[in-house]
Design a binder for this molecule. Structure first.
Ligand SMILES: Cc1cc2nc3c(=O)[nH]c(=O)nc-3n(C[C@H](O)[C@H](O)[C@H](O)COP(=O)(O)OP(=O)(O)OC[C@H]3O[C@@H](n4cnc5c(N)ncnc54)[C@H](O)[C@@H]3O)c2cc1C
Length: 410
């Protein structure tokens, strides 16, 4: 086919679109602002590349919550099973971890990306690095849009037959996705929901003593409750507040509550395996000359950062004198911790907000910009960690690729 397609953004979503389109013999050029593509994908592999999840499809799609209706059709075309099959076709085996999460053997992203990029290059895809997309050219006319780049050699303008934008969200900007595209798309009449941190940590006003003493300490294993959310897991105390998988899992609800009410109070059960009656009985035994800290440790196994948290959020009287054993026991089972702000977007694992689905057709083409498609994290959806992020990025890249082919055919 004598047509050319520009893919802007060489992350998982853009590369998947490139693969689908080039497989049909169409000339594909991938542009990326960074000196190499797939940097966030490689970073995702640093702590074990959780590519997807093995749970039943019905449960899988429920993870996209408010955007399930928009993401489910994409996953029905290219979902968790197709993704695993695709990884296998690249010559990389996968395995299911104890939590049901799926990883490539070796856990890293680099062997997968290396093989994938070779396959793309072999099929004729051309990569243009250090090309930063700066929006659409004002002199766009005569059908089709001109696309502007800033390159080391100066400004460059191209006029492809179709364009896929796969620019990522706004976190970890040093890896390329800086969210700078938001105003450029808004200027072109596209509705974009403000970018927000997702799978993020939160600020807590720790006392100077607690911050100094417990920065970096893991808190495990606890149950975090927040509204309808109850999950057992662990998190880390940081200088600024709290981070880690258990916090990330509840982060969308907590973020929205802070945005609506100025703060959110989570509740921690620090002894999930012990009942309140057991604790009350143990704590009401005579402590003799022991300090409260040593009594808590001997009687209930509460020590270190957990004891620190109790001391941080109970009044001195309640903690030190043990005035009421019931109150102490109920605080251990449901310690309220006020969170005051999400950590900045740049620190988040992923981004909520982005190009709204109302601006797109079912092939992810921007309705007001015919021939321009969007895919990946830059779309307005969010999901917890567990492989759901990458799966939806691949799936949307796949659908955008199919959409481009349909558009070129028409
Ligand atoms: C530390 C970390 C760990 C993670 N672990 C996992 C995990 O295990 N499992 C999982 O499912 N997800 C994980 N994620 C999330 C996952 O990596 C992202 O959701 C995914 O990479 C997004 O893919 P994307 O293609 O939409 O965007 P990106 O991967 O962000 O790619 C966007 C590309 O666009 C380029 N770009 C941006 N703006 C421009 C511009 N103006 N001009 C030209 N190019 C531009 C960027 O340089 C970049 O290469 C993790 C994220 C982080 C930060």
């Amino acid at each position: 086919m004598d047509k050319s397609v520009a893919i802007i953004g060489g992350g998982p979503a853009g590369l998947m679109a490139a693969e689908v389109i080039s497989a049909r013999g169409v000339k594909v050029d991938v542009y990326d602002s960074m000196p190499s593509v797939g940097r966030k994908f490689l970073m995702a592999g640093k702590s074990g590349l959780n590519i997807t999840h093995s749970e039943p499809f019905e449960q899988f799609v429920s993870r996209y919550e408010k955007r399930r209706a928009q993401i489910e059709p994409l996953l029905k075309i290219f979902g968790p099973n197709e993704l695993q099959q695709w990884v296998h076709e690249l010559g990389i085996e996968t395995f299911v971890g104890t939590s049901g999460r799926v990883f490539p053997t070796g856990m890293k992203a680099s062997p997968l990306l290396r093989t994938w990029l070779k396959r793309l290059t072999d099929s004729g895809v051309t990569f243009h690095l250090r090309h930063k997309w700066r929006g659409f050219s004002p002199e766009a006319s005569g059908g089709g849009l001109s696309v502007e780049f800033e390159t080391p050699e100066g400004e460059k303008v191209i006029k492809p037959d179709a364009t896929v934008l796969a620019l990522g969200g706004g976190s970890w900007s040093r890896l390329g996705s800086d969210g700078a595209w938001v105003p450029w798309l808004e200027q072109a009449g596209v509705r974009v929901e403000a970018l927000k941190p997702s799978n993020c940590g939160f600020d807590v006003t720790w006392s100077p003593h607690f911050r100094e003493r417990f920065d970096g300490h893991p808190v495990k294993s606890v149950v975090l409750s927040f509204g309808s959310f109850h999950q057992q897991g662990e998190f880390i105390v940081t200088k600024e507040g709290v981070e880690g998988s258990l916090i990330y899992a509840a982060s969308a609800m907590i973020r929205d509550e802070i945005s609506a009410r100025g703060k959110a109070v989570i509740s921690l059960d620090m002894t999930p395996d012990r009942s309140i009656e057991w604790l009350t009985e143990k704590l009401s035994r005579p402590r003799g000359s022991r300090t409260m800290a040593s009594h808590l440790e001997k009687a209930a196994g509460i020590r270190g950062v957990k004891a620190g948290l109790l001391r941080e959020f109970l009044t001195k009287k309640d903690f030190a004198s043990g005035a009421s054993t019931e109150r102490l026991a109920s605080s251990i089972k449901a310690l309220p911790i006020p969170l005051i702000a999400p950590r900045p977007l740049d620190e988040a694992i992923s981004t909520a907000g982005g190009v709204t689905f109302e601006s797109l057709d079912e092939y992810l083409m921007i309705r007001s910009l015919p021939g321009v498609f969007c895919a990946g994290e830059m779309l307005d959806w969010e999901a917890p960690t567990g492989g759901y992020l990458l799966t939806a990025c691949f799936a949307s890249g796949y659908t955008a690729g199919m959409g481009v082919l349909k558009w070129l055919d028409s």
